[in-house]
Design a protein around this ligand. Structure first.
Ligand code: NAP
Ligand code: ZN
Ligand code: ZN
Length: 353
């Protein structure tokens, strides 16, 4: 198969730093779009995968699934995109497209396994898919998103994972006007959850381990901030919330968040800690018919819907733009919950501008 050269950053082993790396992409086929990457967000999943924390990492790993750029070439059969168009790619680059989940527009639950943007078996080129910490990517048209033209491309990048991963459960559990929604953790996902839930009309309570983030949480749209280490403050939230979205990347006690739910409320996990959470109390679930749920990213159609909603509401992420040479330091800061609120790599830095 014909290939084209690509350059980026990769992790070469579980404990290793990310380093410059050259590799190849497939030559675009008739239904493919070749994208010059301008910006790529830095998700905690990138860190989990680069460091092998979930197991199953195939090295070298080129992370990155919050990709924004413009079309550089479009195959002869591509109908929706032309060279120069602003576009985006999220966490998936393909799926079987025929199973019931794919037919429902929920490709992330593909029963034959979605092809993720990185660290997934590459069904076209062979080997493993390489993500957006790189200068270009080739993606089949069906998995390319339209970036609304007025959006700041750097601040839009995190919508492709942090945005859709919080949008999808908020929509699934219909947390609109009148709903009281808890968000746990003010990181990349959490800050988008606060913005989206409040834009949908919900009343948002933010739970944080970082008291210093309280002012930001209110500015982003929360109506209340609770420091989760404050037991008395946590008790005051008992049976108040309809829905809680937990974005935390480390194991922690879920019981206080179940206690915060009203009858029939749902605690939905989107954070994926490498180790399990301590098992929650059965009584807490049984007594008020509460539900413990999970949610994975979002489908292609709902990702486009989320982008269009964000454009209509003037929403993007709050970002810190970094050159790719600072990626290892950015990972360390992310581990200290010291990011406001998403690192985004300026891909011009790959070539020195
Ligand atoms: P992030 O930016 O690092 O945010 C995580 C937040 O969790 C931190 O900012 C912090 O907020 C809070 N936190 C950190 N340590 C904590 C502790 N010891 N106890 C309680 N809270 C703590 O990460 P992210 O990119 O938002 O990703 C979060 C998780 O979601 C990761 O596990 C990631 O892999 C996962 N994820 C899942 C999906 C999916 O499809 N389900 C998609 C993307 C990401 P405070 O400072 O406010 O406490
Ligand atoms: Zn992600
Ligand atoms: Zn499928």
């Amino acid at each position: 198969m014909k290939t084209i050269p690509a350059a980026g950053y990769a992790a070469h082993e579980a404990g290793g730093a990310l380093e410059p790396f050259t590799f190849v992409r497939r030559e675009p086929g008739p239904l493919d779009v070749e994208i010059e990457i301008l910006f790529c967000g830095v998700c905690h999943s990138d860190l989990h995968t680069a460091r092998g924390e979930w197991g199953g990492s195939v090295y070298p790993v080129v992370p990155g699934h919050e990709i924004v750029g413009h079309v550089s070439r479009a195959g002869a059969g591509v109908t929706r995109f032309r060279p120069g168009d602003p576009v985006a790619v999220g966490c998936m680059v393909d799926s079987c497209r025929t199973c019931p989940s794919c037919r429902d527009g929920l490709e992330q639950y593909c029963e034959n396994g979605a092809v993720y943007t990185y660290n997934s078996p590459d069904t076209v080129l062979g080997g493993t898919t390489c993500g957006g910490y790189s200068n270009r990517i080739v993606v089949t048209e069906a998995f390319v998103l339209r970036l609304p033209p007025a959006m700041d491309p750097a601040a839009a990048a995190p919508l492709l994972c942090a945005g859709i991963t919080t949008w999808s459960p908020l929509r699934t559990w219909e947390t609109g006007p009148g709903a009281r929604v808890g968000v746990v953790g003010l990181g990349g996902l959490g800050h988008m959850a606060v913005k989206l839930a409040s834009a949908m009309g919900a009343d948002v309570v933010l739970f944080t381990t970082s008291p210093g983030k309280a002012d930001d949480a209110l500015r982003l749209g929360a109506s209340e901030v609770v420091v989760s280490r404050d037991r008395a403050a946590m008790k005051r939230q008992r049976a108040r919330l309809d829905f809680v979205l937990d974005t935390v990347a480390v194991p922690h006690d879920l019981n206080p968040y179940l206690d915060a739910l009203r009858r029939d409320g749902t605690l939905c996990l989107v954070g994926i800690p490498p180790e399990p959470h301590p098992a929650p109390g059965v009584g807490r679930l049984v007594n008020q018919r509460r539900r413990l749920a999970g949610s994975s990213i979002g489908g292609i159609a709902e990702t486009q819907e989320m982008l269009d909603f964000c454009a209509a509401h003037g929403l993007t992420a709050d970002i810190e733009l970094i050159p790719i040479q600072q990626i290892n330091e950015a990972y360390e800061r992310m581990l200290r919950s010291d990011v406001r609120y998403r690192f985004v790599i300026d891909m011009e830095s790959l070539t020195g501008g």
